[in-house]
Design a protein around this ligand. Sequence first.
Ligand code: HEM
Length: 122
Amino acid sequence: MSRSLFDKYGGFASVSKVVSAFYDKAVESDIIGPYFDDIDMRSQVDHQTKFISSLMGGPASYSDEALQKVHSGLHIDRTSFEEMARLLHETLEDFSFERSGVDQIMHEINSRADIVITRHDS
Ligand code: HEM
């Protein structure tokens, strides 16, 4: 593979647009919107941009350990995780990402489910 997805889709400038569109959907969601009620969205978009960029082979990176730490107090269940993943998937399609790119990013996201989910449905 010669170019990373990150370069192919236009670097940080483009990725941050995707992330903003994704968060617009997230805050509107009845399932996960409430998690973001008290969060400064600008810093969220900033951090999430770095994370998604790293999944696409860009320069920034986020360790699994850091990810676990941030989400540990948030009591995220599987339903909420899946809603988040669904909205991200939808956003990538809105921006006409190719199928292989979408699959790669969703694989990276889904492989972190056990790190982010801390509340288990009974
Ligand atoms: C694999 C999936 C996910 C990834 C990659 C991810 C990534 C991130 C990152 C990078 C941050 C910023 C950390 C920082 O400020 O340094 C963050 C914060 C946050 N995430 Fe996630 N997240 C995921 C899933 C979720 C889900 C499913 C929810 C809720 C339903 C959620 C809710 C939040 C909230 C509320 C914060 C802000 C925490 C705070 O600032 O106190 N995340 N996430």
